[in-house]
Design a protein around this ligand. Structure first.
Ligand code: HEC
Ligand SMILES: [Cu+2]
Length: 346
């Protein structure tokens, strides 16, 4: 073996310390990024708390191992270095040391076994197989989350409202591609897979607003799939749920009526039934969203649809004066109706 000169050794030591500094900084980076809300390290539900605890314990253990191993490495490099070229080659004739080998086998096995048990416990904690007090359904669509309340007859878009301290079961699925439901402060991610119902649960333990996001890249407008979770006290939730259910039932019925009386049905089909002059509108809510529909009604030539039943869409056929005939409430109820029919196709 070529002997290492002290200068080279110093350079090596310098390189090692810079590298470990860089490593530490890189390791800290996610922690800094996560410090801003919504952080999984600021849990507000038992499952999220269990995940955060497992993360913290693992991080502490991993940091201790890292420090001990690096400490031993650096100590050995310094303590047993060849101090001058005249030093004899170090004795390389040692063989196994049973005590040492047993120790460095038992310790890692013990650490891994402990982490295994803790991980298993966390898996139990986040498992949805448990009694729940309320069920909601989250359906991923390109590009929105439709939130349904089967027990309350409410539908929301990109928004969830729940009472505090209530076990909520979330049934998750998708209408098109794979999405992922994630509210970091409530629990882990759960994929929304077409044709498959996955479940998760949460129990928000404080009032407030929490943010989530589709966590699976699902196409161009992936970023337009945020989730806003508002946690209310039980009384406020009940009031809101009753009012919203009533309002949605009314609005949608009112919208259906207007769709006929204002003449929309003469030109547009819903579920294959109706006029064939303008494009079928069954899925327009899901495909293009409420703002687009609004604009199509008040200012039809500003946003021309591409494909009509008889070919390319002609401009100027759809009446230009709906903004004078229909009130803002009328238009919103039509949008509500189109929202409902789009949901009915899934
Ligand atoms: C005389 C026929 C006619 C009537 C009545 C009519 N539309 Fe249209 N509509 C069209 C045509 C043609 C288009 C395609 C050209 C365009 O985008 O303006 C269209 C486009 C649309 C679009 C955009 C569709 C897409 O896929 O991009 C929406 C939404 C829409 N109409 C809603 C309505 C509503 C709501 C009413 C009733 C308040 C209504 N229309 C009444 C003919 C009509
Ligand atoms: Cu998505």
């Amino acid at each position: 073996m070529r002997s290492i000169k002290p200068v080279q050794f110093k350079r090596m030591l310098k390189a090692i310390s810079y590298l470990s500094l860089l490593g530490t900084l890189l390791g800290l980076l996610p922690a800094v990024a996560l410090a801003a809300p919504p952080s999984p390290l600021d849990p507000a539900s038992p499952a999220a708390r269990s995940i955060a605890n497992l993360h913290t314990i693992t991080l502490i253990v991993a940091t201790l191992v890292f420090l001990i191993v690096c400490g031993l490495l650096i100590y050995s490099l310094v303590r047993f270095r060849r101090k001058s070229a005249n030093d004899p080659e170090p004795d390389q004739s040692f063989h196994g040391n049973t005590t040492l080998e047993v120790i460095w086998t038992i310790i890692p096995v013990g650490i891994l076994a402990t982490l295994l048990v803790l991980t298993y416990q966390t898996l139990q904690d986040i498992s949805p197989d448990r009694p729940t007090q309320m069920t909601i359904r989250a359906i991923g669509k390109q590009w929105l989350w439709e939130i349904q309340y089967p027990d309350h007859n409410i539908k929301l878009t990109n928004q969830i409202r729940v009472p505090v301290n209530t076990d909520v079961k979330v049934e998750i699925t998708s209408q098109d591609v794979i999405h992922s439901f994630w509210i970091p402060q409530m629990g882990g991610k759960k994929d929304a897979v077409p044709g498959y119902l996955s479940t998760t649960w949460f129990k928000a333990d404080r009032l407030g607003t929490f943010h989530g996001q589709c966590a699976e890249y699902c196409g161009l407008a992936h970023s337009k799939m945020p989730i806003e979770l508002v946690v209310l006290d039980q009384a406020s939730f009940d009031l809101w749920a009753e009012a919203t259910a009533e309002q949605q039932a009314n609005a949608s019925a009112q919208g259906e009526l207007l769709f006929g009386t204002a003449g929309c049905a003469g030109c547009h089909a819903i579920n294959g039934q109706g006029g064939q002059i303008g494009p079928e509108l069954t899925n327009v809510y899901v495909d293009k969203g409420p703002d687009y529909i609004h604009e199509s009604i008040v200012n039809p030539n500003a946003v021309l649809a591409a494909q009509c039943p008889t070919g390319a869409c002609p401009a100027g056929i759809m009446p230009q004066n709906f903004s004078e005939i229909l009130s803002e409430d009328d238009i919103n109820s039509i949008i509500e109706y189109l929202k409902e029919v789009s949901g009915a196709t899934e």
